[in-house]
Design a protein around this ligand. Structure first.
Ligand code: AMP
Length: 283
């Protein structure tokens, strides 16, 4: 069963009738990556909440807020199709009718995870993470989920949300879910539809480079220098916003004594920034 709710007031009323629920936050234009988060939730809960809200505060002034695809009918159909596989489960879709349902007129809160909101994605999108943490906090406050599922595709977002939950002592468990890819290796993203066929082909450089780096490193600390050399050659191509190896939880560049690493990458095709990453362990 699927229930669509468009106001915060109705959401709060509806939520009172349920015990523990899981939650997935999205901006809509759903694909299999988003559906995988819902399905992960169904393993833990009979009832899932699923928000579809293109959050203006996480877009910069020159970004694609107006152009971002809004496809609510198709999105609901995809959730319905998924529910057919889980006849005993139900989903409440929260699709606020306007921004005031999330940010009332006198709204003043802003949550910032210091430092982490300035590096990597934060360097290229200075207001982005403050927008993300604030909207996710607001959605958590409305829904009060026991667990919330985030894609590791947006790795830094996952880390920033986990840090917010830890620092604010929020009673929700953040679950990171694997990246869903096309068979070509390209990570699914709503922004892939901005690409023409040639750009889509070119974008495969992301997954290919990450795989190559993982092979080069081959689980051994001593190969990291080799990988850094390779990165230095690759980033001569100005389309890389970044290609960098970081420690998994802090995202620090100081990785000499670390064993859990993540390679984070953004490759640009004109105005479209494509994100990808790969986690690895080294000894
Ligand atoms: P979005 O609406 O695209 O901003 O993303 C909503 C959620 O879906 C976030 O937790 C994303 O990390 C996740 N997500 C987006 N694309 C993928 C993907 N290809 N695989 C797994 N999760 C994804």
């Amino acid at each position: 069963m699927i229930k669509l709710i468009q106001t915060s007031e109705e959401l709060l009323k509806h939520r009172k009738n349920q015990d523990k629920v899981g939650f997935v936050a999205t901006m809509g234009n759903l694909h299999e990556g988003h559906v995988s988060l819902l399905e992960a939730g169904f393993k833990d809960f009979d009832h899932m909440y699923f928000s579809i809200f293109v959050n203006p505060t996480q877009f910069g002034p020159t970004e694609d807020f107006d152009k971002y695809p809004r496809t609510i009918e198709k999105d609901l159909a995809l959730i319905e199709a998924c529910l057919k596989k889980y006849p005993h489960k139900s989903v409440t879709v929260f699709n606020p009718k306007d921004v005031y349902e999330i940010y009332p007129k006198d709204f003043k809160l802003q949550i910032s995870i210091q430092e982490m909101n300035k590096i990597l994605e934060g360097e290229h999108r200075p207001t982005h993470f403050d927008g993300v943490t604030t909207v996710v906090y607001r959605l958590f406050a409305l829904i009060n989920p026991t667990k919330s599922y985030f894609g590791l595709k947006d790795f830094q977002q996952y880390i920033v949300i986990k840090k917010m939950v830890a620092d604010m002592l929020l009673p929700v468990e953040i679950v990171g879910m694997p990246i869903i890819r096309e068979t070509t290796g390209l990570a699914l993203s709503s922004r892939n539809q901005y690409l023409n066929p040639v750009q889509k082909e070119t974008a495969l450089i992301l997954s290919k480079t990450l795989n190559h780096l993982k092979e080069l490193i081959n689980g051994k600390k001593e190969n990291l220098a080799l990988a850094q050399d390779y990165i230095r050659t690759m980033i001569k191509d100005p389309n890389w916003d970044y290609l960098t190896i970081r420690e998994t939880n802090t995202l620090t560049e100081k990785i000499e004594n670390q064993s859990s690493l993540v390679i984070l990458a953004v490759y640009r095709q004109e105005k479209t920034r494509l994100l990808d990453n790969m986690q690895l362990e080294v000894k």
